[in-house]
Every structure is written in structure tokens, then in C-alpha cells.
Design a protein around this ligand. Structure first.
Ligand code: DPP
Ligand code: ZN
Length: 874
């Protein structure tokens, strides 16, 4: 595949104003007639050929202004249709194509999932349906007529239903019209036989919208939570962003084979059923929270993505970063803001920081790509969302809202760019945002170093902040970024010190570090303070601060910012586990230090039951991948695993009595609700069980067994099962078997079962995973199954994926090679599990390299996998 560059962007030579599609649905021979009203683009090149994109298409017929087009007037291949000399006036092009939805294993374009016809057109799947100018800056008004047999009673499209009826052949049809111009990637149809839950939503201006969620027969009760989340999202977008829904219907359809989480097709969102279906017996509290967030995310795209779309795929973060920010805010308002922030930062660090530090690093707005499907990344999504947060912090909430209003006003109905977006905020705030926009251009995570000096004589505290961004592929030299550092000073007595600048004026607590180094002096500081920096994680950076463990533990106890309370405990725990890693590699036995034990004991007494969701985050401690990231090179995953386990065991033993008491006190007696309060209580109780088990596997195992036997909800059941897998032995095998029997006909729940087994940190796991490939419920052609089993092994079992003998890498490489011809996107995503391979110690690194070389040499190799593996080996 060739390299596509941002700087090469130019408008199309033709525009397509309307698209009228007729689908005759058939399992293996679906026919699509596409009538395009085409005209030369005044901004394009006069007289140019009309080059339409295709992918795996068969052209059945072609006519221009309803006359068959002469053979010498065009050339066609499965991937291209070129009209050599099209009229230089408006004309109608009519194409008929034939596709085979059943054979479509790539899950792009029109395909069948458990008998349901559905489509996925982002980023470039529309060209697998018909030849088209398949790029986001070609906006057209679509009408879709769908014809099907009686066995496919439900026919859905974008926009509003305008006509439906019977056909003479016993089949039927439906016509959907979407009045809002959109690019092809937002097109969708669905055909199937599904159940639904529905309601009516009244918009702020009093319009009625029929909202519905469609799921497999017999599962509609499990769609109620999703429907409720949708209506709450619709209300929230009115309240917080002033955005009202714009069609008469909003439909969501859940399908069981889906490469991504969900897709925001206009008025017809199509979802991976994992993010729709939930009941207390089948879904965890975390599943409910994900469903809420993703339903909101896709709904919010209606304005940020659909009404205003992207000029080209380099601008992907324009819709994704912004929409992730919006869904994060929605969840923060619906749940605990502090806990949501902690969870989001955990995700950012676990998924984006390693990307930014390795061979796949790229700017939030990339400058070049070979395969766009490989750029639906944590950098574009999660770091993209952080940049919106940084922007809001820099200009303030009011200017931010004014800027958003201006953006919606000015760019509605267009395909926009990051420059146009930022210009709205520059105008709304009166600030020059040129330096801020560097965040979109420069890859890599900036490292901010903070050093403070207290001058008792002058009662001043002087803070020096410096920044540095490491080189990333193609970007050896970096400029300083604009980094808002939210901060406070905590006095020796634990109280917050009022911030005053050197001349005595009040300071707002945000220092904008926009040069390589910046020094600020605070006055009227009566005693040596402890600085609390980067409150609420005010920028996506790595902070290096020379505070002692005791200083950090003081912040843990007294900081007014809950994020930094949590961060301080995490930092101390990270240091302790890192020292333990050094001990283990040097043959010494690590010790769990008393200071952390005491701090946690006090915390549990004072706060645990008052704020359980927060306490659960504290007790979770940094994960193995967090520690690996901190160490950064020459990594031995086994040493990290043992170190973390040893420290946690020490904590579990030292805190055993408190933990046992909490475990009893925290039992939820009320009827199950997935809300934040109850979920927080369960989360803490389960974190307590985990730590208790680390300290005393026998006692913890017994509690876990009892919890497994008596649980009345999936959250408690799956945590108990996970705990048993850590204790191992017969109890574990029996519980696994009981779980599998109970959920034998629920594939989504069995995914949890596959995933748990794939994550066991034991050498036997590889054989177990290989054996599970043959389990009747497993299928490599279903993305959820593959991610649950192979994905969990590769992404969430660091010791076994990176086995010292290389067998873990070799296994995953084999699967990637097997998967690639059928579903390149899924294979390519799995391959990113290798993205940190260069940070491993030499022995494991050599095995990883050999596995990657083997994938790279496989033939045929998709552009998707070839691009990812190529960049990793570069
Ligand atoms: N555009 C889709 C989303 O919402 C892609 N999965 O992120
Ligand atoms: Zn999105």
C-alpha cells in the first residue's frame, strides 16, 4: 500500500449531490443499484476523469443519464471504476453491483452476522457496496430502498422511513431518506428478524423522536439499560452542549460479529452486542458503565462527527477525540467525576502511553498513513480527548462552550479540519492558540520535571518546571508544548495554602508551562509546603517530582484533589514495586514497607466505606504493565509479576483483619442496581477480597468460593471466579466448569470465561488457551471470541505472552497469520500486542522479533498487518 499524505490533500474533481440506492438483499448475491447525481466540482480540475473507489466489487451494469455506457467510455476492476471523459455538466450515473454478504468475513461493507444483514462503512467500507467517491469530504443526501424476502421482516436505513410495503413476489420493501448530507462512511442498512425495546423521546423544543434498540430474538429485556442510556445521553447533550436530535427516529441495532465497539451511522447506530446487552445475571458493573459510555459516545457523534464531519481521515481526532471527551463528561456527570477521571487516566496510561513511547507512535493528527484502519488508536481517541480537556483548561469553561457553539454554528453541514476547529476557540477566547495546536502535530508523551525550593526567610516557594518530549519515529526534535499544570500547595498541617504570586496577588492555580523551562514564585507561604502538581491530571504528560515517599503519603492523606490523592498512593506503590523488582533480579527477597501499610490502614479506617469506588481504585495498586512502563527498558515480566505479588501479599497480610472486617461490612443487601453507588461498594468489596487473597490464599480462596456459590449478580460471580483462578487447584477447575455449564448458551458471558483463563499467569496457560481454540463455543471468525481468548492472552497476560522460551509470541504470531486472510482488521489489532517488544530484556526481545519477522514474511499479507508489523520492525 502506498503512503497517503496530509499535504497532498486536494478536493475531488466531482461532487455527488444525491445517492439513491436500491438493495435487493440476498444471502450470497445481493444486488445494489446506485443512482448518483454527479456534477463537476468548481474547486476541482475541469475535464478530469471520474475515478470511483471500489473494493472487491463486481460491476453488473452501468449507464449515464439512463443510457448504457459504451465499453470504451470506462475501465473497471474490483477496486476502481474510471469514467474516462465524463460530461462537464450535471449528470446521472447508474451502477449495479453484486456482492456476497455471507462470504464477507472482513466485516466491512455489507455482511451477515447470525443471519442479520448489516453494514460497516467506516473508514472505507462503502466502496465494498458500490463504486463511489469514498472519502469523507464528499457529502450527499441518501435515499435507500431495501427489498427483501418475508424472512427478513425488519428493514432499517439512515434517516426517516418514507415508504414501506409488500412486493408482488411475496417479499417487501422499505424506503429510508436521510435529509442531512453525509459522507459514505456514515451510510448503513440493516435487514433481519429482530426484537426491540422502544420509547418516545421529546426533544427540548418538543419534537417527538421514536427511539428503539434492536437485538436478537428473545433478548429485548437485556436492551433496556441501553435504551435508557440513550435517552439520558440525548437529554445531556441538550443540557450541556445545547444540541438537539434532528430526525424522527433513532435506531440502535446490536450484532454479534463486529470489528469495533460500535458505529455512529446517521440515525442508525450499529453496535457490537457486547455494548448493548446487559442483565444483572450476565453483565458486570463495568459492562454497564461501558454500555452507558459507548451508547453516549455514538449518540454524541450525531453532532460531532455527523452534522460536522472530517475533511479527510487525517482529521479523525476532530470527531473521535472530541466525542470521547464528551462521553467522558457525560459519564462523569452520571457517576463520580473523580473516580471516572482516575479510570480514564488509567486507560490513557495503559493504552496510549505505550503507543506514544514505541514504534507505533504517531501524532494525534497523523501526517501520513498507509492503512487508515490502523489509526483508530488510543492516541487519536484517548489522547485526542485529553487535548480537548487541555484546551478547556487553557481558555476556561465559558470560552470553551462559546467556542463549541461557534464551531456548531459555523461548520454545520460541512467536512471540517482541526485548524477550523481550533480557530473557533481562538476567536471565542481571544487567545492565540497556535502553540497549543502543536499537541496535534507532535507525537510522544512530554516529561515534566518539577523542582521546588522553600525560602523560610522570605516565606516564598519557588517552583521550577521543565519539559522535554522524547524523539518518536520521524520526529527526532521536539518543540516545547503548552502544558497547563494545575497545582496547589499543601501545608505541613495538611491544609491547602492560598496561592499568592510574588507580588501578593491571588493565583488561580494553573501554571501554563509553554517554554522548555518556567519558574514561578509563590509568596506568603508560612511553612515548607508539599506541592500537589498536575491536579485532575491537567495534561497528558509524565510528571517527575522529587517528593519523598512521606511527602507523597501526606498528599495521599490531605490533598484536596482526589485525583492526586490517588496518584500519590500509586506513585509510592510504584516505587516500592520497582525496588522489589530490583531485589528479585538481584536475588534478594523484597519487603513490604511499613509506611505504605500504615497509610493504607489509616485510609481504610477513615475513608473506605465513605467513598468505596475511590477506595477500590486506591487498593487496586499499579498493574504489571504500569510497572513495566515505568521501568521502560530491559524488562523481565516475571520479575515484575513476582515483585507485585510479593508486595501485595505483604499488604494483604498486614491489613488482613481490617480487610476481613470490610469484606463483611461491604456486602450489598439491597436488590441489584448497576448504579455508581452500588457498583462502587461491590468494587471495593471485590478489591478487598483480591488483596486479602494475595495475603492469605487459603482464606481468600474460601471466601471466593462462598461468593461464587452465592453471588446473585455477574460482578460478584466473575470476581470470585477470577480470584479462584489466582488460587488455582481443583476448586478453580470446578468453578470454571460450573460457570461454563451455567452460561453454555450465552457467548458474551463465555467470553469472560475465555478471557479469565487466558490471563492466568502460569506456564500451563498456553496449553490451556490452545485447547480452548477447539471449544465448541469458540470461533476465530467472531471478533469478540478472538479478542476474549487470544486478545486477553496477548494483551493482558504479560508473563505468558512473553514467555522466556518464546512460545507465547509464536502462538500469537500463528493466530495472526491464520486470521489475516479472513479478517485483516482483527489480525492487525491483535498484532499491536507486540508494540512494546523493544522494551523487553534481550532474550525475550529476540523471540518477539523472530515472531514479528515470521508474520512479516507470511504471504499473502494484508495491507493492515503489513503496515503494523512493518512499523514495529522499523
Ligand atoms: N467511529 C466509530 C467510533 O465511534 C468507530 N468505531 O469510534
Ligand atoms: Zn467514535
Amino acid at each position: 500500500a502506498s503512503l497517503i499524505r496530509l499535504e497532498d490533500y486536494r478536493p475531488t474533481d466531482y461532487l455527488i449531490d444525491t445517492v439513491a440506492l436500491t438493495f435487493r438483499l440476498h444471502p450470497t448475491d445481493t444486488r445494489i443499484v446506485s443512482r448518483l447525481s454527479v456534477r463537476p466540482n468548481p474547486a476541482g480540475q475541469t475535464g478530469a476523469p471520474l475515478v470511483l473507489d471500489g473494493d472487491d466489487l463486481t460491476l453488473v451494469s452501468i449507464s449515464l443519464d439512463d443510457a448504457p455506457l459504451a465499453q470504451d467510455a470506462y475501465t473497471v476492476s474490483p477496486s476502481r471504476l474510471v469514467i474516462t471523459a465524463p460530461p462537464q455538466r450535471p449528470f446521472t450515473l447508474t451502477l449495479e453491483t453484486a456482492v456476497n454478504p455471507t462470504a464477507n468475513t472482513k466485516l466491512m461493507g455489507l455482511y451477515r452476522s447470525s443471519g442479520v444483514y448489516c453494514t460497516q462503512c467506516e473508514a472505507d467500507g462503502f466502496r465494498r457496496i458500490t463504486y463511489f467517491l469514498d472519502r469523507p469530504d464528499v457529502l450527499s443526501v441518501y435515499t435507500a430502498r431495501i427489498e427483501a424476502d418475508a424472512d427478513t421482516p425488519l428493514l432499517l436505513g439512515n434517516g426517516n422511513l418514507v415508504e414501506a410495503g409488500a412486493r408482488a413476489d411475496g417479499g417487501h420493501f422499505a424506503v429510508w431518506h436521510d435529509p442531512f448530507p453525509k459522507p459514505g462512511y456514515l451510510f448503513a442498512i440493516v435487514g433481519g428478524d429482530l426484537d426491540k425495546v422502544e420509547d418516545v423521546f421529546i426533544t427540548a423544543s418538543g419534537r417527538e423522536v421514536k427511539v428503539a434498540v434492536y437485538v436478537e430474538k428473545g433478548k429485548s429485556e437485556r436492551a433496556r439499560y441501553a435504551l435508557d442510556a440513550l435517552q439520558r445521553s440525548m437529554r445531556w447533550d441538550e443540557d450541556v452542549f445545547g444540541r438537539e436530535y434532528d430526525l424522527d427516529v433513532f435506531n440502535i441495532v446490536a450484532v454479534s460479529d463486529f470489528n469495533m465497539g460500535a458505529m455512529e451511522n446517521k440515525g442508525l447506530n450499529i453496535f457490537n452486542d457486547k455494548y448493548v446487552l446487559a442483565s444483572e445475571d450476565t453483565a458486570t458493573d463495568g459492562d454497564y458503565a461501558n454500555i452507558e459510555a459507548i451508547i453516549a459516545h455514538e449518540y454524541f457523534h450525531n453532532w460531532t462527527g455527523n452534522r460536522i464531519t472530517c475533511r479527510d481521515w487525517f482529521q479523525l481526532c476532530l470527531k473521535e477525540g472530541l466525542t470521547v471527551f464528551r462521553d467522558q463528561e457525560f459519564s462523569s456527570d452520571a457517576r463520580s467525576r473523580a473516580v471516572k477521571r482516575i479510570a480514564d487516566v488509567r486507560v490513557l496510561r495503559a493504552s496510549q502511553f505505550p503507543e506514544d513511547a514505541g514504534p507505533l507512535a504517531h501524532p494525534v493528527r497523523p501526517r501520513a498513513y498507509k492503512e487508515i484502519n490502523n489509526f483508530y488508536t488510543a492516541t487519536v481517541y484517548e489522547k485526542g480527548a485529553e487535548l480537548i480537556r487541555v484546551l478547556k483548561t487553557l481558555i476556561g469553561a465559558q470560552s470553551f462552550r462559546r467556542g463549541m457553539d461557534l464551531y456548531f454554528d459555523r461548520h454545520d453541514g460541512t467536512a471540517a479540519t482541526i485548524e477550523e476547529f481550533i480557530a473557533c476557540f481562538a476567536e471565542a477566547s481571544g487567545q492565540d492558540l497556535a502553540a497549543f495546536s502543536r499537541w496535534y502535530e507532535q507525537a510522544g508523551t512530554p516529561r515534566v520535571t518539577a523542582r521546588g525550593i522553600y525560602d523560610a526567610g522570605n516565606r516564598t516557594y519557588t517552583l521550577t518546571l521543565t519539559q522535554e518530549t522524547p524523539p518518536t519515529p520521524g520526529q527526532p526534535d521536539k518543540h516545547p508544548m503548552v502544558i497547563p499544570v494545575a497545582l496547589g500547595l499543601v501545608g505541613a498541617d495538611g491544609r491547602e495554602i492560598a496561592l499568592k504570586t510574588a507580588d501578593g496577588a491571588p493565583h488561580d492555580g494553573i501554571v501554563v508551562l509553554d517554554t522548555a523551562e518556567k519558574t514561578i514564585t509563590f509568596s506568603q507561604v508560612d511553612s515548607s509546603p508539599t506541592p500537589s502538581l498536575l491536579r485532575e491530571f491537567s495534561a497528558p504528560v509524565i510528571l517527575d517530582i522529587d517528593l519523598s515517599d512521606d511527602d507523597l503519603l501526606r498528599l495521599f492523606a490531605y490533598d484536596t484533589d482526589p485525583f492526586n490523592q490517588w496518584q500519590s498512593a500509586q506513585t509510592v506503590a510504584t516505587r516500592i514495586i520497582r525496588r522489589a523488582v530490583d531485589d528479585i533480579r538481584a536475588g534478594r527477597t523484597p519487603q513490604t514497607p511499613d509506611n505504605l501499610v500504615h497509610a493504607l490502614a489509616e485510609f481504610l479506617d477513615a475513608r473506605a466505606t465513605r467513598d468505596p469506588a475511590f477506595a477500590a481504585q486506591v487498593l487496586a495498586l499499579p498493574g504489571e504493565s504500569d510497572i513495566a512502563r515505568e521501568i521502560g527498558s530491559d524488562i523481565d515480566p516475571d520479575a515484575i509479576h513476582v515483585a507485585r505479588k510479593t508486595i501485595r501479599a505483604g499488604l494483604g497480610r498486614a491489613l488482613a483483619d481490617k480487610l476481613a472486617a470490610l469484606y463483611n461490612d461491604l456486602a450489598v443487601t439491597a436488590r441489584y442496581r448497576p448504579d455508581a453507588a452500588q457498583a462502587g461498594q461491590r468494587a471495593l468489596r471485590n478489591a478487598v477480597l483480591d488483596l486479602l487473597t494475595a495475603g492469605d490464599p487459603t482464606r481468600g480462596g474460601a471466601l471466593a468460593q462462598a461468593q461464587f456459590d452465592s453471588a446473585d449478580n455477574m460482578t460478584d460471580r466473575i470476581v470470585a471466579l477470577a480470584t479462584l483462578t489466582h488460587v488455582a487447584g481443583l476448586a478453580c477447575e470446578n468453578a470454571l466448569a460450573a460457570f461454563a455449564a451455567r452460561y453454555a448458551d450465552n457467548p458474551l458471558v463465555l467470553d469472560k470465561w475465555f478471557s479469565l483463563q487466558a490471563m492466568i499467569a502460569e506456564p500451563e496457560t498456553l496449553d490451556r488457551v490452545k485447547a480452548l481454540l477447539d471449544h465448541p463455543a469458540f470461533s476465530l471468525s467472531n471478533p469478540n471470541r478472538t479478542r476474549a481468548l487470544v486478545g486477553s492472552f496477548a494483551m493482558a497476560n504479560p508473563t505468558q505472552f512473553a514467555r522466556p522460551d518464546g512460545a507465547g509470541f509464536a502462538f500469537v504470531a500463528d493466530i495472526i497469520i491464520r486470521l489475516d486472510p479472513a479478517n485483516p482488521q482483527l489480525a492487525s489489532r491483535l498484532a499491536t500486542a507486540f508494540r512494546t517488544w523493544k522494551t523487553l530484556e534481550p532474550g525475550r526481545r529476540a523471540h518477539a522479533e523472530a515472531a514479528l519477522e515470521r508474520i512479516a514474511a507470511a504471504t499473502p499479507l494484508s495491507p493492515d498487518v503489513s503496515d503494523i508489523v512493518g512499523r514495529m520492525l522499523d
